[in-house]
Design a protein around this ligand. Structure first.
Ligand code: ATP
Ligand code: MG
Length: 588
């Protein structure tokens, strides 16, 4: 392709709202253009990248035995009502009516549609297992679309769904998909980590995320220094701790030895102040967290959680705890002081004794690290009083759940190595759905014994458009885009330094033809522009290599620059066939 014919418009300035370098470069490089909040047009170079990603994903998915389909983007609301998600999904789901008042949604994900397909087409266990996927547009009315393609409202996803007659077979497919995603990301040339993810209230180890490691990542992931353990902070486990963290000990790592007693603690409300007042480590103080849980029908109720004073409660874990029995809570908000008072409590003095009685609360949970713990301090549910020497093993019917967030310096649940935080961009998510949708939508088949069984399902998402900014966040530099070998726009650009110099021009055209004949994806920058402009475009757009045909040609020299790290290599023979061989060695 000739640069002069390429439909591309590079910009000097990045859009004002573009904080991430990937967003800046994708817009400045003319790969994409914003047309509405969180909605982008892909121009030729952007489309080319998207196709490369699509190609790799398709090739690996097909190799794994999955089959490509295409589902309607516009989905009848009826299906979403069947699954119960029409109400549950919240405001990210774009609902609308047609001229006949039929209700529809723009598909943010396609579990309902695929379950409908299976329900209509799969009658017998003999047709199982089957894995169907599509690469298609999704729409989620994100509250804060941002970072360009990273969090769009309209975006492109590969979503696959598998159907099985047993949980063992689902496990097998889940492992196959983990390997498939691993190969996909290796081919895309990024550093990534596979981490355990939140599986919602269903729990279990049924969900993994694929994180491209980059400082701007919106997800915090907890990683072990010693083994391969990694988890999203929303789901991270840790080894049980029986003592304060050594590096945090302020007073005494041993428990306070006090008989059960009620102490006056005038205006001492925070964990910090209590710890100083009693000269007791925060580990032994029970922290109460009061939240307002919002239900699907918008009604609210106060819910209570307790963690150790040196821990933080994890929002997603808290939500999962209250959703364990009935999946009816959508979000948690902080309860206000007034709401706490209305429930008969005093903020800063909330404790376990009599709490259910005072508040009639349905949900009171204690973190696992408090299981049957003794020698604790907690609020007395009375202004200016705390209890000391509290022993939870003497309480009856307490509900425990994993609520606390793993902290740096905690120990790995697998090997006891030290845990630390890093940042990742979620580009893939695989999930064991089990019978969640098949039950809700009454989708079943006949098993080997002629018995009706619900489909056992898995789902597997990959962010086709999100992987582009993810690659850039990891690989690009201060000059512009750096792509990878398989996800790139051109293998090589031949830059003619001075197009008016016919020797340079003829030589470049001839090398261009030769590379083309060898099947290399080559661009010839024959524009009548200054050399500096052409170099800047090479750096900004990120062609994988540039061959510079300049003054050196007269002395028998040409230069090849690798975009990644901008490493230069000089060839001292301009014999075209020798040069071709040398270039092919680098490119192929
Ligand atoms: P996030 O936590 O980032 O909002 P998600 O967990 O809601 O993502 P999934 O439902 O797991 O996303 O979707 C599968 C994949 O689709 C994600 O791993 C991601 O790569 C991609 N994706 C999800 N939301 C967006 C979006 N708004 N813009 C671009 N890609 C997205
Ligand atoms: Mg996800």
């Amino acid at each position: 392709m000739l640069f002069s014919q390429l439909f591309v418009n590079t910009l000097k300035e990045a859009p004002k709202d573009a904080v991430l370098k990937s967003h800046q470069y994708l817009v400045r490089g003319g790969f994409v253009q914003q047309i509405g909040s969180g909605i982008y047009n892909f121009l030729p170079l952007g489309k080319k990248l998207l196709d490369k990603v699509r190609f790799i994903v398709k090739e690996e998915m097909d190799k794994s035995g999955a089959q490509e389909i295409l589902m309607g983007f516009v989905t009848p609301a009826e299906l979403w009502k069947e699954s119960g998600r029409y109400e549950q999904y919240g405001r990210e789901l774009l609902r609308f009516v047609d001229r006949k008042d039929n209700e529809f949604v723009l598909g943010p994900t396609h579990e309902e549609v695929i379950t409908h397909i299976a329900k209509n087409s799969i009658k017998s266990y003999k047709q199982l297992p089957v894995h169907l996927y599509q690469i298609h547009t999704k729409f989620r009315d994100e509250l804060r679309p941002r970072f360009g393609l990273m969090r769009g409202r309209e975006f492109i996803m590969k979503d696959g769904y598998s159907f099985h007659s047993s949980y063992e077979d689902l496990d097998r497919e889940f492992d196959t998909m983990e390997m498939t995603y691993k190969r996909i990301l290796q081919r895309m040339g990024v550093d990534f980590k596979i981490v355990e993810a939140d599986s919602g209230a269903i729990g279990g180890s049924g969900s993994k995320e694929f994180m491209v490691l980059a400082p701007c990542g919106e997800d915090t992931i907890v990683v072990c220094k010693n083994c391969d353990y990694g988890a999203n902070i929303e789901a991270s486990k840790r080894a049980m701790r029986t003592q304060p963290r050594a590096f945090e000990v302020k007073y005494d790592s041993n428990p306070p030895q006090a008989a059960f007693a009620r102490f006056t603690t005038p205006d001492i409300k925070t964990i910090e102040d209590l710890s100083a007042f009693f000269k007791v480590d925060k580990f032994y103080i029970m922290k109460a967290i009061v939240k307002k849980a919002i239900k699907v029908d918008n009604s609210t109720e106060l819910v209570f959680f307790f963690v150790r004073g040196d821990d933080e409660a994890q929002e997603v874990k808290m939500l999962n705890a209250i959703n364990k029995q009935t999946n009816t809570y959508v979000t948690l908000e902080d309860a206000s002081i007034e709401e706490i008072e209305k429930a008969g409590l005093v903020a800063g003095f909330i404790g376990a004794y009599g709490l259910r009685h005072i508040t009639q609360a349905q949900h009171i949970y204690f973190d696992e690290s408090l299981r049957d713990a003794s020698n604790l301090i907690c609020g007395a549910n009375e202004k200016d009083y705390h209890f000391v020497g509290v022993d939870l093993s003497t309480f009856e019917g307490l509900d425990y759940a994993d609520l606390a967030q793993s902290k740096e310096g905690d120990f790995c649940p697998k090997c006891s190595g030290e845990l630390y935080y890093t940042k990742g961009i979620e580009v893939g998510h695989i999930f064991k759905l089990g019978e969640k949708y098949s039950r809700a939508m009454n989708a079943h088949f006949l098993d080997e014994n002629g018995k009706t069984q619900y489909f056992i399902m898995g789902c597997y998402g990959f962010g086709i458009s999100r992987i582009l900014p993810a690659i850039l966040e990891q690989k690009s530099d201060e000059y512009g885009c750096v792509w990878s070998k398989e996800v790139g726009i051109f293998d090589i650009v031949i830059i003619i330094s001075n197009v008016k110099d016919s020797t340079q021009s003829e030589y470049a055209h001839s090398i261009y033809e030769k590379l083309k004949a060898k099947g290399i994806d080559v661009l010839l920058d024959e524009r009548d522009e200054r050399f500096g402009v052409k170099m800047k475009d090479f750096e900004l757009l990120g062609f994988n290599h540039a061959l510079i045909i300049g003054k050196g040609l007269n002395e028998g020299k040409v230069e090849l620059i690798k975009r990644e790290s901008l490493i230069k290599q000089e060839f001292s023979s301009v014999d075209k066939d020798i040069l071709l061989e040398e270039i092919l060695k680098v490119l192929v």
